[in-house]
Write a protein of this length. Structure first.
Length: 505
């Protein structure tokens, strides 16, 4: 009987897992740490997270810094690094609470993030989280598909001096990517995603070199756009997108050998991400200013560097899509009751998911405003708001369960009132994060919708054949610098891409 046992200093829920017998997936150490028989180590996991969140943000974040007048944007970026790093940390702690108290989560779990919501706040919240993650991952996957297609289009345009339709590239990329999406979970393709992280790091070095070569000519001509509040809010959406991969984090953590070490992975990942973002944003600001548009890649005037960066970021986007689309695929398989073993049913369902992604990409063939919209809306929920709410509830419930001191009594959910009673440091940090997330998310979403429908509207691919082609179309992939986007440091005959002097409004 429990009452006859010597009381130990650990919390009572530890009695449940320290005395649990090893299962087919792993075991608990006497200190209460769960260790799987197989899985990723914390360093690989950290690189995995970098591969998940960096890439799209790398090419778009410099534009966000210009939209926000750089220095205020830089402050927002540092705040967002702390906010999203902390929410990644508490999301990892939340998943550990589930592993310790419910044995079913120690085996393969298709939807770990919604299960966190379920144990924290109930069945209805689980359904809401599932829908939110579906929308988030769908939007992010479309952005990566568009970005990869744009880079390939620019690559072909530069080499062959022909305007090969961007819309066809989307179809080709999706078909090439489809077989990779048939893999079961991140553990099955971790090497590819870690490779994606290294391609991004190499792209950072090349962007810095390319911009430095342009700085002598372009730097003196650098100008900043007029401050517009809507542009600042759009920048917030981009910044959130650049750090918001949290919807996939529990899935990645679930494949770790020691999931309790996800905190180390978080610190490594967000430090590396900031280390890549900061120098790129700084060199882009001092060199290009308001000549930047959706992507910094097109501003690099050394063509071989631009082509190589295009290639590296494209590889990153294609590989990272395997992470981003995985929770979406598993959600669809859960909906249609598809077995976890590989089968023709998995192929059919995941092909259907890819077809829907392609249709969305062909409908909104402009990744910049869509990136802002995803960052300001659902990514704000999954990456900023929900992790804090869920951890507050689960931590309170675990403390309540500790006081019962009976392992036979299951841990129960707590009410809103009970969850906010204990006002410790975590509570105040989470309150700040929630307040910050709500304000920035609402403002960014409103501005992104306006930009998507008015400022940067592009006709869907399936409508473009019926429209009159632009007479000013250019086959150049280089955005020249200067306020009027007509300055080049190259002495060879170079055709600048068509200027867009109204890009910032």
């Amino acid at each position: 009987m429990v009452s006859g046992k010597k009381k130990v200093p650990e919390i009572s829920v530890s009695v449940i897992y320290t005395e649990a017998k090893p299962d087919e997936n792993g075991y608990f150490t006497p200190e209460g740490e769960y260790i799987r028989k197989h899985g990723l180590n914390w360093i690989i996991t950290g690189l995995f997270v970098v591969g998940d969140i960096a890439g799209g943000g790398l090419v778009a974040l410099p534009t966000a810094m210009i939209q926000s007048q750089f220095w205020s944007g830089l402050v927002a970026m540092f705040i967002m690094t702390f906010v999203t790093g902390y929410t990644s940390y508490v999301l990892g702690l939340s998943w550990m609470i589930l592993i310790k108290n419910w044995p079913e989560y120690r085996s393969h779990t298709r939807k770990p993030y919604p299960e966190i919501g379920y144990r924290a706040c109930g069945r209805r919240v689980r359904n809401i989280v599932s829908v939110c993650i579906d929308i988030t991952q769908f939007g992010v996957a479309v952005v990566y598909l568009l970005l990869a297609s744009k880079n390939i289009h620019d690559f072909v345009q530069t080499f062959f001096e022909t305007d090969f339709s961007y819309c066809y590239v989307i179809l080709i990329v999706s078909l090439a990517l489809l077989p990779v999406t048939f893999l079961k979970s991140p553990q099955d393709f971790w090497a590819a995603v870690v490779l994606a992280m290294f391609t991004t790091a190499a792209a950072v070095v090349l962007i810095i070199v390319g911009a430095s070569l342009d700085s002598e000519t372009c730097g003196p001509e650098m100008r900043m756009p007029e401050f517009r509040l809507t542009n600042y809010f759009l920048a917030l959406g981009t910044i959130i997108f650049s750090y918001g991969g949290h919807a996939a984090f529990p899935t990645i953590q679930h494949d770790m050998k020691r999931p309790g070490e996800f905190t180390k992975s978080t610190i490594l990942a967000f430090a590396c991400t900031l280390g890549m973002y900061l120098p790129v944003c700084l060199i882009a600001y001092v060199t290009y200013g308001d000549s930047l548009r959706d992507s910094i890649i097109n501003n690099i005037q050394t063509q071989w560097i631009q082509r190589l960066v295009n290639l590296l970021i494209t590889v990153h986007c294609i590989l990272t899509t395997t992470i981003v689309i995985n929770p979406l695929n598993q959600e669809a398989e859960e909906m249609f009751d598809i077995p976890q073993e590989f089968s023709s049913k998995r192929v059919i369902v995941r092909t259907g998911v890819m077809a829907i992604l392609v249709f969305a990409a062909e409908s909104v063939p402009n990744f910049g405003p869509l990136l802002d919209l995803v960052g300001g809306s659902t990514l704000t929920l999954t990456s900023i708001l929900l992790p804090c709410v869920f951890y507050t509830f689960l931590k309170t419930a675990e403390e309540e369960h500790t006081q019962i001191n009976n392992p036979k009594v299951p841990m129960k959910r707590v009410s809103w009132r009970k969850a906010i009673e204990k006002k410790d440091a975590n509570f105040y940090i989470c309150c700040f994060i929630i307040f910050f997330g709500i304000l920035s998310g609402l403002a960014a979403t409103f501005s992104a919708i306006h930009g998507l429908t008015v400022t940067h509207f592009v006709a869907p691919c399936y409508i473009q054949p019926f429209l009159k082609p632009s007479e000013n179309a250019s086959t150049s992939s280089i955005n020249c610098c200067g306020h009027f986007q007509n300055i080049s440091r190259l002495t060879s005959a170079l055709t600048c891409s068509q200027p867009d002097l109204k890009f910032y409004g």
